[in-house]
Design a protein around this ligand. Structure first.
Ligand SMILES: [Zn+2]
Length: 194
């Protein structure tokens, strides 16, 4: 998880978007496992998840929708990172999850005021997507998207929020893509020196 935001981490479950995309999820079970690792689902969610995944048809439909959302978010974030306009049809897909996310939530009032309360019995898969949608919404609304970056590593293209002081972070992670770049640059220098 290098994105610094659940929506970016979700988008980053695909590498090499503009080349030969590699999907690390594969199906709804893969999504569920990833959501567990990402901290979006835990405890009783995982019990509910098992039951949801046992319903093949429902799980397949969910994954199809989630994948469409992932691609739409990627295009929206990429446009934002480049200072370009997002496509309306992508924003439509994004917004369809707002409706979906709201389905299990309601506004209630207690002694501290109004609160949004989201039902615990909402399906785990839907709940994980709600958190992803909310993270995406937060990202677009709070205008940190001028700090959105796309990793320059070979076959990577992961997106992340650059929180460095100078705003010049180039790699999703120094341990992977940054290091690979250093090794390549070193080899190139050695070759030209030989
Ligand atoms: Zn990278």
């Amino acid at each position: 998880m290098v994105g610094g935001n659940a929506a970016l981490d979700f988008v980053n479950t695909v590498s090499d978007w503009s080349g030969e995309p590699v999907d690390r999820l594969g199906d709804a079970a893969g999504f569920g496992a990833w959501a567990g690792v990402a901290g979006l689902l835990y405890g009783d969610d995982l019990k509910s998840l098992r039951a949801e995944l046992a319903d093949d048809e429902n799980a397949a439909k969910f994954f199809e929708d989630a994948v469409a959302m992932r691609a739409a978010m990627r295009r929206i974030f990429e446009a934002a990172a480049k200072g370009e306009a997002a496509r309306d049809d992508d924003l439509d897909i994004f917004n369809s999850w707002k409706v979906r996310a709201a389905r299990h939530c309601e506004i209630r009032q207690d002694k501290d005021g109004f609160r949004r309360r989201c039902a615990d019995e909402a399906p785990a898969l839907e709940r994980a997507m709600r958190l992803i949608f909310e993270a995406g919404e937060e990202l677009l609304l709070n205008e940190r998207h001028d700090r959105l970056r796309i990793c320059g590593g070979d076959d990577c293209e992961w997106m992340f929020l650059d929180q460095s002081k100078n705003g010049k972070r180039r790699w999703c992670s120094m341990a992977t893509c940054g290091n690979e770049h250093k090794v390549k640059a070193f080899r190139k220098r050695k070759k030209s020196a030989a």
